[in-house]
Design a protein around this ligand. Structure first.
Ligand code: SF4
Length: 252
Protein backbone atom coordinates (compact mmCIF):
# COMPACT_ATOMS: atom_id res chain seq x y z
CA UNK A 1 0.00 0.00 0.00
CA UNK A 2 0.98 3.60 -0.54
CA UNK A 3 2.57 5.42 2.39
CA UNK A 4 4.42 8.69 2.57
CA UNK A 5 7.48 8.88 4.79
CA UNK A 6 8.40 12.52 4.26
CA UNK A 7 6.40 15.53 5.42
CA UNK A 8 7.04 17.38 2.15
CA UNK A 9 7.81 15.32 -0.94
CA UNK A 10 8.42 16.01 -4.61
CA UNK A 11 8.26 18.01 -6.71
CA UNK A 12 6.48 15.45 -8.88
CA UNK A 13 5.72 16.47 -12.46
CA UNK A 14 2.31 15.81 -13.97
CA UNK A 15 0.47 17.22 -16.91
CA UNK A 16 -2.49 18.16 -14.74
CA UNK A 17 -0.71 19.90 -11.86
CA UNK A 18 2.65 20.80 -13.38
CA UNK A 19 5.43 20.66 -10.81
CA UNK A 20 3.78 19.66 -7.56
CA UNK A 21 4.92 19.37 -3.96
CA UNK A 22 3.03 16.95 -1.72
CA UNK A 23 2.51 17.53 1.99
CA UNK A 24 1.74 14.76 4.47
CA UNK A 25 0.92 16.06 7.96
CA UNK A 26 -0.17 12.62 9.17
CA UNK A 27 2.10 10.21 11.04
CA UNK A 28 4.79 9.03 8.63
CA UNK A 29 4.40 5.29 9.16
CA UNK A 30 0.92 3.82 8.76
CA UNK A 31 -2.38 5.62 8.29
CA UNK A 32 -4.65 7.85 10.35
CA UNK A 33 -8.14 8.64 9.15
CA UNK A 34 -11.65 8.99 10.53
CA UNK A 35 -12.94 7.25 7.40
CA UNK A 36 -11.88 3.75 6.38
CA UNK A 37 -12.83 3.80 2.70
CA UNK A 38 -13.09 0.49 0.89
CA UNK A 39 -10.90 1.93 -1.86
CA UNK A 40 -8.25 3.67 0.28
CA UNK A 41 -4.81 3.53 -1.29
CA UNK A 42 -3.29 3.57 2.20
CA UNK A 43 -5.08 0.31 3.14
CA UNK A 44 -7.40 -0.43 6.05
CA UNK A 45 -7.02 1.59 9.24
CA UNK A 46 -6.44 -1.57 11.28
CA UNK A 47 -3.42 -2.50 9.16
CA UNK A 48 -1.92 0.96 9.29
CA UNK A 49 -1.55 1.52 13.00
CA UNK A 50 2.17 1.94 13.43
CA UNK A 51 3.00 5.35 14.75
CA UNK A 52 0.58 7.85 16.25
CA UNK A 53 2.68 10.97 16.41
CA UNK A 54 1.74 13.86 14.16
CA UNK A 55 4.66 15.94 12.95
CA UNK A 56 4.68 19.17 14.96
CA UNK A 57 3.77 22.53 13.44
CA UNK A 58 7.46 23.49 13.71
CA UNK A 59 8.55 20.33 11.87
CA UNK A 60 6.04 20.93 9.08
CA UNK A 61 7.08 24.56 8.77
CA UNK A 62 10.79 23.61 8.67
CA UNK A 63 10.13 20.93 6.01
CA UNK A 64 8.19 23.39 3.85
CA UNK A 65 10.86 26.05 4.23
CA UNK A 66 13.66 23.62 3.41
CA UNK A 67 11.97 22.17 0.34
CA UNK A 68 10.76 25.47 -1.09
CA UNK A 69 13.92 27.47 -0.44
CA UNK A 70 15.98 24.71 -2.08
CA UNK A 71 13.68 24.53 -5.12
CA UNK A 72 13.76 28.30 -5.43
CA UNK A 73 17.58 28.46 -5.16
CA UNK A 74 17.95 25.70 -7.78
CA UNK A 75 15.44 27.27 -10.15
CA UNK A 76 13.08 24.28 -9.89
CA UNK A 77 9.49 25.46 -10.44
CA UNK A 78 6.67 24.73 -8.00
CA UNK A 79 3.19 25.16 -9.47
CA UNK A 80 1.16 23.48 -6.76
CA UNK A 81 1.35 22.35 -3.15
CA UNK A 82 -1.08 19.56 -2.33
CA UNK A 83 -1.99 18.14 1.07
CA UNK A 84 -2.95 14.48 0.93
CA UNK A 85 -0.82 11.74 2.48
CA UNK A 86 -1.47 8.94 4.93
CA UNK A 87 -5.00 9.86 6.02
CA UNK A 88 -7.12 12.92 6.71
CA UNK A 89 -5.02 16.13 6.94
CA UNK A 90 -7.62 18.14 8.88
CA UNK A 91 -7.20 15.72 11.80
CA UNK A 92 -3.87 17.36 12.59
CA UNK A 93 -4.50 19.40 15.78
CA UNK A 94 -2.63 22.39 14.30
CA UNK A 95 -4.13 22.15 10.81
CA UNK A 96 -5.20 25.85 10.70
CA UNK A 97 -1.73 27.02 11.76
CA UNK A 98 -0.12 24.66 9.23
CA UNK A 99 -2.21 26.23 6.47
CA UNK A 100 -1.12 29.72 7.56
CA UNK A 101 2.53 28.61 7.57
CA UNK A 102 2.13 27.03 4.12
CA UNK A 103 0.61 30.18 2.67
CA UNK A 104 3.41 32.32 4.13
CA UNK A 105 6.05 30.01 2.66
CA UNK A 106 4.23 29.85 -0.69
CA UNK A 107 3.98 33.66 -0.84
CA UNK A 108 7.68 33.99 -0.11
CA UNK A 109 9.05 31.49 -2.65
CA UNK A 110 6.37 30.60 -5.22
CA UNK A 111 3.56 33.15 -4.99
CA UNK A 112 1.88 31.75 -8.11
CA UNK A 113 1.67 28.19 -6.73
CA UNK A 114 -1.80 26.89 -5.90
CA UNK A 115 -2.39 25.28 -2.51
CA UNK A 116 -4.82 22.33 -2.50
CA UNK A 117 -6.08 20.13 0.32
CA UNK A 118 -7.76 16.79 -0.28
CA UNK A 119 -10.15 16.29 2.62
CA UNK A 120 -12.94 13.88 3.47
CA UNK A 121 -14.85 16.92 4.82
CA UNK A 122 -15.74 15.20 8.10
CA UNK A 123 -14.30 18.04 10.20
CA UNK A 124 -15.49 21.08 8.24
CA UNK A 125 -18.15 21.65 10.91
CA UNK A 126 -15.28 23.00 13.05
CA UNK A 127 -15.02 26.67 12.22
CA UNK A 128 -11.21 26.80 12.43
CA UNK A 129 -10.91 23.91 9.94
CA UNK A 130 -13.48 25.45 7.57
CA UNK A 131 -11.82 28.89 7.76
CA UNK A 132 -8.41 27.37 6.99
CA UNK A 133 -9.82 25.52 3.97
CA UNK A 134 -11.46 28.73 2.76
CA UNK A 135 -8.05 30.49 2.70
CA UNK A 136 -6.45 28.11 0.21
CA UNK A 137 -6.87 27.96 -3.57
CA UNK A 138 -8.44 24.52 -3.85
CA UNK A 139 -10.34 22.90 -1.00
CA UNK A 140 -11.15 19.48 -2.51
CA UNK A 141 -13.96 18.00 -0.42
CA UNK A 142 -15.29 14.48 -0.64
CA UNK A 143 -18.86 13.24 -0.88
CA UNK A 144 -18.91 9.76 -2.36
CA UNK A 145 -22.54 8.87 -1.90
CA UNK A 146 -25.93 10.37 -1.29
CA UNK A 147 -27.04 8.65 1.92
CA UNK A 148 -25.63 7.80 5.32
CA UNK A 149 -26.35 4.13 4.60
CA UNK A 150 -24.24 4.11 1.42
CA UNK A 151 -21.51 6.16 3.05
CA UNK A 152 -21.31 3.69 5.92
CA UNK A 153 -20.65 0.94 3.35
CA UNK A 154 -18.14 2.86 1.23
CA UNK A 155 -16.37 5.28 3.57
CA UNK A 156 -16.97 3.40 6.86
CA UNK A 157 -16.82 6.49 9.12
CA UNK A 158 -15.07 5.98 12.43
CA UNK A 159 -17.37 7.60 14.98
CA UNK A 160 -20.45 9.62 14.20
CA UNK A 161 -21.04 11.01 10.71
CA UNK A 162 -24.15 12.61 9.30
CA UNK A 163 -24.20 13.58 5.66
CA UNK A 164 -26.83 16.26 6.33
CA UNK A 165 -24.44 18.01 8.74
CA UNK A 166 -21.57 17.85 6.26
CA UNK A 167 -23.82 19.31 3.55
CA UNK A 168 -24.82 22.17 5.89
CA UNK A 169 -21.14 22.88 6.64
CA UNK A 170 -20.28 22.73 2.93
CA UNK A 171 -22.94 25.32 2.13
CA UNK A 172 -20.87 27.86 4.07
CA UNK A 173 -18.23 27.62 1.31
CA UNK A 174 -20.76 29.29 -1.03
CA UNK A 175 -19.73 26.98 -3.83
CA UNK A 176 -16.09 27.97 -3.59
CA UNK A 177 -14.72 24.45 -3.38
CA UNK A 178 -14.12 21.40 -5.54
CA UNK A 179 -16.37 18.44 -4.85
CA UNK A 180 -14.71 15.07 -5.26
CA UNK A 181 -16.77 11.93 -5.80
CA UNK A 182 -15.63 8.37 -6.44
CA UNK A 183 -17.94 6.21 -8.56
CA UNK A 184 -17.64 2.50 -7.87
CA UNK A 185 -19.63 -0.63 -7.31
CA UNK A 186 -19.30 -3.95 -5.55
CA UNK A 187 -21.61 -6.90 -4.97
CA UNK A 188 -23.01 -4.88 -1.99
CA UNK A 189 -23.50 -1.40 -3.41
CA UNK A 190 -23.46 0.78 -6.50
CA UNK A 191 -22.95 4.51 -6.10
CA UNK A 192 -24.31 5.07 -9.61
CA UNK A 193 -27.56 3.12 -9.19
CA UNK A 194 -30.39 5.34 -10.50
CA UNK A 195 -31.79 6.55 -7.16
CA UNK A 196 -28.36 7.01 -5.56
CA UNK A 197 -27.17 8.96 -8.60
CA UNK A 198 -30.26 11.17 -8.72
CA UNK A 199 -29.91 12.01 -5.01
CA UNK A 200 -26.20 12.75 -5.44
CA UNK A 201 -27.02 15.13 -8.31
CA UNK A 202 -29.53 16.91 -6.06
CA UNK A 203 -26.78 17.38 -3.46
CA UNK A 204 -24.54 18.87 -6.17
CA UNK A 205 -27.34 21.23 -7.24
CA UNK A 206 -27.80 22.33 -3.63
CA UNK A 207 -24.08 22.92 -3.01
CA UNK A 208 -23.16 24.39 -6.43
CA UNK A 209 -19.43 23.61 -6.19
CA UNK A 210 -17.30 25.65 -8.60
CA UNK A 211 -15.91 22.38 -9.91
CA UNK A 212 -16.57 18.66 -9.54
CA UNK A 213 -14.03 15.87 -9.90
CA UNK A 214 -15.44 12.42 -10.48
CA UNK A 215 -13.16 9.47 -10.64
CA UNK A 216 -13.05 5.75 -10.02
CA UNK A 217 -10.71 3.26 -8.42
CA UNK A 218 -7.24 3.29 -9.87
CA UNK A 219 -4.57 1.60 -7.78
CA UNK A 220 -4.77 -1.50 -5.59
CA UNK A 221 -7.67 -1.31 -3.09
CA UNK A 222 -8.10 -3.05 0.28
CA UNK A 223 -11.51 -4.47 -0.74
CA UNK A 224 -10.84 -6.78 -3.68
CA UNK A 225 -14.50 -7.02 -4.77
CA UNK A 226 -14.67 -3.43 -6.05
CA UNK A 227 -15.33 -2.68 -9.67
CA UNK A 228 -14.45 0.50 -11.49
CA UNK A 229 -16.43 2.51 -14.00
CA UNK A 230 -15.12 3.68 -17.33
CA UNK A 231 -14.71 7.35 -18.22
CA UNK A 232 -17.53 6.93 -20.76
CA UNK A 233 -19.88 5.54 -18.13
CA UNK A 234 -19.05 8.27 -15.63
CA UNK A 235 -19.45 10.94 -18.28
CA UNK A 236 -22.93 9.59 -19.02
CA UNK A 237 -23.77 9.67 -15.27
CA UNK A 238 -22.87 13.34 -14.90
CA UNK A 239 -24.16 14.48 -18.30
CA UNK A 240 -27.32 16.11 -16.84
CA UNK A 241 -25.16 18.26 -14.55
CA UNK A 242 -22.80 19.16 -17.39
CA UNK A 243 -25.83 20.22 -19.42
CA UNK A 244 -26.90 22.42 -16.51
CA UNK A 245 -23.52 24.18 -16.67
CA UNK A 246 -21.55 22.48 -13.90
CA UNK A 247 -17.81 22.22 -14.56
CA UNK A 248 -16.95 18.55 -14.22
CA UNK A 249 -13.67 16.68 -14.66
CA UNK A 250 -14.04 12.95 -15.24
CA UNK A 251 -10.97 10.84 -14.55
CA UNK A 252 -10.60 7.13 -15.14
S1 SF4 B 1 -10.78 9.57 3.39
FE1 SF4 B 1 -8.97 9.28 2.13
S2 SF4 B 1 -7.36 8.65 3.57
FE2 SF4 B 1 -9.31 8.40 4.62
S3 SF4 B 1 -9.84 6.27 4.29
FE3 SF4 B 1 -10.82 7.47 2.69
S4 SF4 B 1 -9.41 7.44 0.96
FE4 SF4 B 1 -8.27 6.79 2.79
Amino acid sequence: MLHFDDIVFGPIFSRRLGSSLGVNVLPSKGKLCNFDCVYCECGWNKDGIAERRFPSLEEVEAALEEKMSKASAEGVPVDSITFSGNGEPTMHPDFPEIIDATLRCRDRYFPQAKVSVLSNATLIGRSAVAEALMKIDNPILKIDASSDALISMINKPVGSYRLAEVIEAMKKFNGNFILQTMFLRSPDFDTAAPEALENWMDIVRELKPREIMVYTIDRETPDKSLQKYTVEEMTAFVRPLMDEGFKIQVRG
